[in-house]
Design a protein around this ligand. Structure first.
Ligand SMILES: CC(C)(COP(=O)(O)OP(=O)(O)OC[C@H]1O[C@@H](n2cnc3c(N)ncnc32)[C@H](O)[C@@H]1OP(=O)(O)O)[C@@H](O)C(=O)NCCC(=O)NCCS
Length: 146
């Protein structure tokens, strides 16, 4: 298994992960390419040979980071793939003197919430109707980086 920055060779497979695991069915190849081109966005993939099975996508602005998305294909879950992607992000954040990482998560996404809590993210606030399709409240979670 290797981790690398998203390159054009892997856009198609990465797009499929956003669509199937994160329900971002309207995301287009061109939008993903543009998002990936901004220097403050970091999109990393986990792959074996040419098979992509996990992604992490975060933004660093000054000393704050925001975790936009993390996902692993169902077949590869519970094998610490997301943990490795998260550790990679936290290391990058430490190297760039980031002070905190925040994220939003659907209140019903108990698996993701327990994943984030394992990394010591804490719930800061609940935002009403943060999500659509279906409408749902979301938690804002944060990790302070020492
Ligand atoms: C959340 C997700 C990324 C976790 O990926 P993963 O590679 O399976 O996670 P890991 O194997 O690294 O798990 C690490 C920890 O997360 C928690 N966790 C993972 N899967 C879990 C499950 N099914 N139930 C409860 N806790 C779970 C556990 O604390 C686990 O540690 P443990 O194995 O020591 O108990 C994955 O389930 C996923 O892609 N979900 C769909 C996309 C999504 O919801 N992303 C988040 C959007 S905000």
């Amino acid at each position: 298994m290797e981790f690398c920055k998203l390159t054009s060779d892997f856009i198609d497979q990465t797009l499929q992960i956003y669509k199937t695991c994160l329900n971002q069915t309207n995301l287009s190849e061109s939008t993903l390419k543009i998002t990936n081109s901004y220097p403050y966005n970091h999109i990393y993939i986990a792959k074996i040979k040419s098979q992509v099975f996990g992604i992490i996508d975060y933004t660093i602005l000054s000393d704050e980071a925001y975790l936009n998305n993390i996902a692993v294909l169902p077949k590869y879950r519970n094998q610490k793939v997301a943990s490795d992607l998260m550790e990679n992000m936290i290391d990058t954040c430490k190297n760039q003197n980031v002070k905190s990482i925040s994220l939003e998560v659907r209140c019903s996404n108990h698996i993701a919430i327990s994943f984030y809590e394992k990394f010591n993210f804490t719930k800061l606030a609940k935002r009403s109707n943060l999500y659509s399709q279906p409408t749902e409240d979301g938690w804002v979670m944060e990790l302070a980086i020492k």
